[in-house]
Design a protein around this ligand. Structure first.
Ligand SMILES: [Zn+2]
Length: 400
């Protein structure tokens, strides 16, 4: 059964009581605007707030110094619900992705829920996930088992629209090095092996390959080293590429073709080749529809209409990896008009102003309500779980 009106209004009351502290938290994070993996003070601001609310804090979760886990057990048994907090900013722009609002909303939602459900079964966990903008903290934290034992993972992200069914692309960055042999490029080029030729050939081959791969596949690359002087045959050429595909199985097929193309370019020019992984692969975001529907219902209650049509342009999210191991949502809440792009100075300004605050209120309340539904209604959690299990089964089938 969904939570009773009494429970709902008790949660509303706690959210209202905590609102000033949550807004102060958001403002303080906005002012700090610390870069990825340097978010020490931001993590401290969040954990100080949570500690006051009776959470047990563990810093350095998943081997990341600015990560943390804050737990509060309410009563025996029950669901373990995680709210994910981001808090890194961008160089020169401050909180131009609005992560100050994510940190404050997740901490606020978890704290309000813990107050409202005191003594009831379950545990509330706030996971501080740093470095979303660079290494993708959640990718590493997922790999290192931080989300083991969690029943569902909830967060929101500020945006220019309200959208709950989030998708993102799987992605992997690779560095390719071709090894040749230097020689005088004018008097005895035949004695050399031109590594740059191999790299240029790879670019041309990839361009051709694109037409034989799924439409959404992207393989942009740059040359970061291509020789020193025009009169020396380059003995070393280095390129960096980011492969993107609809999902992890497609991505691994694309990566196989990419590696074949590297070998072919090496063979064709007589160069040697090596490939280095620059990050852990980002998985596609799998939005749990049961949870997303609940979030959407809460947005509606607050007069926010959602865009449900599939997104045309997509990037990658480190939440994608979490969504592969735990039923998850990563909905968007509008804090800016469409004309203001994320990662801009204007977006940073809005994230610290009244529009950001309005988004923060909507997100905190909606996250807390979804958390309450999951913790107080066993059937909801079961349905979310069943949907997730069906997805996992599909993944293992596609792996054969
Ligand atoms: Zn972001």
């Amino acid at each position: 059964m969904p939570p009773s009106p009494v429970l709902r209004s008790s949660l509303e009351r706690e959210i209202a009581r905590l609102r000033p502290a949550v807004e102060t938290l958001s403002r303080a994070l906005h002012r700090r605007a610390e870069l990825s993996l340097e978010e020490f003070e931001s993590a401290r601001l969040l954990t100080r707030f949570l500690k006051r609310e009776g959470f047990k804090i563990r810093r350095g979760a998943g081997g990341l110094r600015t990560a943390f886990i804050a737990r509060k057990r309410l009563g025996r048994g029950g669901a373990r619900v995680a709210f994910l907090a981001e808090y890194d900013a961008l160089p020169g722009l401050g909180h131009a992705c609005g992560h100050n609002l994510i940190g404050a909303a997740s901490a606020g939602a978890g704290a309000a829920l813990a107050r409202a459900l005191r003594g009831m079964p379950g545990e509330i966990v706030i996971v501080g996930t740093p470095a979303e903008e660079t290494i993708g903290g959640k990718v590493l934290m997922t790999e290192r088992g931080v989300f083991r034992g969690i029943d569902c993972a909830l967060m929101f992200h500020p945006s220019t629209e309200n959208r709950v069914y989030t998708t993102s692309l799987a992605c992997h960055s690779l560095q390719v090095t071709f090894h040749g042999r230097s020689a005088h490029a004018v008097s005895s080029p035949e004695k050399g092996i031109n590594a740059l030729d191999a790299l240029i050939r790879l670019f041309i081959d990839l361009h051709r390959l694109r037409h034989r791969l799924p439409r959404e596949v992207r393989m942009p690359g740059v040359i970061i080293e291509g020789g020193k002087r025009a009169n020396i045959v380059p003995d070393r050429a280095v390129g960096r590429f980011t492969l993107r595909a609809r999902d992890l199985p497609t991505l691994s097929r694309v990566e196989r073709r990419f590696r074949e193309a590297v070998r072919a370019a090496a063979r064709g020019t007589g160069a040697g080749s090596s490939i280095r992984s620059l990050d852990h692969p980002y998985a596609e975001m799998v939005t749990n529809r049961v949870l997303a529907d609940l979030f959407k219902k809460e947005l509606r209650r607050l007069g926010r209409r959602t865009v449900d049509a599939p997104r045309k342009k997509m990037g990658s999210l480190d939440m994608g990896n979490v969504s592969q191991v735990v039923p998850s949502i990563h909905p968007y809440v509008a804090i800016a008009p469409h004309s203001v792009p994320l990662h801009s100075r204007d977006f940073a300004r809005l994230a610290g102003g009244p529009r950001g605050r309005a988004g923060l209120r909507v997100a905190t309340r909606s996250l807390a309500m979804v958390g309450m539904e999951v913790m107080s209604d066993h059937d909801t959690l079961q349905r979310a779980r069943r949907e997730f299990d069906a997805f996992r089964k599909g993944v293992s089938r596609s792996r054969g």
